[in-house]
Design a protein around this ligand. Structure first.
Ligand SMILES: *Cc1c(COP(=O)(O)O)cnc(C)c1O
Length: 415
């Protein structure tokens, strides 16, 4: 085939050979813990590669050994996930948090410093604040919108030894506020101060799925997903993924093998099934979100709204959006007029939209960040991050947009 096919055209078949599975059109679930070697010599050869005793030959594939190391449902899924981000390699995990914590544990050692953007997903925030310091990693935050000089000044004020800076970790757009962070600006920042080794940049890209933002193209070293969200997309599976260069991946996969936090074959199979409709789902969610946000922006019971599709050209984030994002996403945050009482009234009155955390799923979900997803954030930094009592976060699903708008309108009438 000479034409380079688009990822959505390859999600049904890429990396799978029906002739190896009785001609089955779909990849079966390889519900097996271990794999039979043809000969002892073959088993020996597989282990030599798996344990890094020798380099893989040019046309040699890593043979199947044991499902903690590799399994067809995981390998084919990983190959397919690489296509969206044009990554060299991918590793799938049993949750987004295990993907995140494995990367942080592998690349940060006692004495190292991590610089992270605020706000972060609550679980990541907790791991950075409560676990990393316990193994001697120093943690320093910066806020979206800071310039290179402002970040440097902050680190100098906090007396950070720049030689110890090993990783920059961020989410953009930030959850729940949709604040944008310029990935290529941080790449420049990292290159300006790097000494011998590169400072690694990790981007949690869950909010923009694999469709609307490709951080590796802007200088990131790792893209991390909670595959529970858009990739899984049906609120029925917990999973995570990391994408990076082959070189970095050999370290990620080695630690995964020994932590044993790879996804199982059933999770891999579910995610492959989800990937077939990834693009149609996400595009429908986005076009619904555009309609819903335009309606809410004019609503008399709403004080303010944040959605990437409503960014105005004069907004300081607009150039970042133009450079970095390929879509406006399906995540809307809005402040109702009033406080927690009014926000709760709206949430309790929803009929079609479900009151639940999580995002990126086929059904629309609404929640109250201050008392739910972000309940662990320090009270003092809540308002600074834009997390108010009146804030509701909405993940728009694939329902008919008129029905979503109807539901929001009838719920907002409760105020
Ligand atoms: C949900 C989420 C995570 C954690 O993923 P799990 O699959 O729940 O472990 C990490 N980052 C972001 C942005 C998330 O939304």
């Amino acid at each position: 085939m000479s034409k380079k096919l688009n990822p959505e055209s390859l999600m049904m078949s890429y990396g799978y050979k029906p002739e190896l599975s009785e001609g089955a059109i779909k990849c079966p679930i390889f519900q097996t813990s271990t794999f039979v070697f043809k000969t002892a010599e073959e088993g020996k050869a597989f282990f030599e590669v798996a344990y890094g005793k020798r380099e893989k030959g040019v046309n040699e594939e890593l043979g199947l050994i044991y499902s903690r190391l590799n399994n067809p449902d995981l390998e084919i899924l990983e190959n397919r996930l690489c296509l969206w981000d044009e990554a060299e390699d991918c590793a799938v995990f049993e949750s987004g948090m295990s993907a995140i914590s494995t990367v942080l544990l592998e690349f940060l050692k006692p004495g190292d410093t991590i610089l992270y953007a605020l706000p972060l997903y609550g679980g990541t925030d907790h791991f950075i604040h409560h676990f990393l310091p316990s193994i001697g990693v120093k943690v320093h935050g910066f806020k979206a919108g800071m310039s290179k000089n402002e970040i440097l000044a902050k680190l100098e004020k906090e007396q950070v030894d720049l030689r110890s800076l090993k990783m920059i970790y961020l989410e953009t757009p930030a959850n729940p506020t949709n604040d944008l962070i310029d990935i290529s600006l941080l790449r420049e920042f990292a290159n300006d101060i790097k000494q011998e080794e590169d400072i690694l940049i990790a981007v949690d890209n869950t909010y923009m799925g694999p469709l609307w933002q490709h951080p590796l193209k802007h200088g990131a070293d790792f893209v991390i997903y909670s595959a529970t969200k858009y990739i899984g997309g049906h609120s029925d599976v917990i999973a995570g993924a990391v994408l990076c260069s082959r070189e970095l991946m050999s370290r990620v996969k080695t630690l995964r093998t020994f932590l044993g936090n790879m996804a199982g074959p059933w999770t891999g199979w579910l995610l492959m099934r989800s990937l077939e409709t990834l693009k149609v789902r996400m595009e429908q969610q986005q076009s619904n979100a555009v309609k819903v946000s335009e309606h809410l922006a004019k609503h008399p019971k709403i004080k303010s709204i944040s959605y990437l599709g409503l960014l105005e050209e004069k907004d300081p984030s607009y150039p970042i959006f133009k450079k970095q994002c390929k879509g406006t996403g399906a995540m809307i945050s809005f402040n109702v007029k009033g406080g927690e009482k009014e926000a709760f009234k709206v949430l309790n009155a929803l009929k079609l939209i479900k009151l639940a955390v999580s995002l990126g799923s086929t059904e629309s979900l609404a929640q109250h960040p201050k008392t739910m997803t972000h309940a662990g954030v320090e009270e003092a930094s809540m308002e600074e991050m834009g997390i108010f009592d009146s804030l509701i976060r909405l993940s728009v699903g694939v329902e008919n947009y008129e029905d979503i708008i109807w539901d929001l309108d009838q719920a907002l009438e409760q105020i």
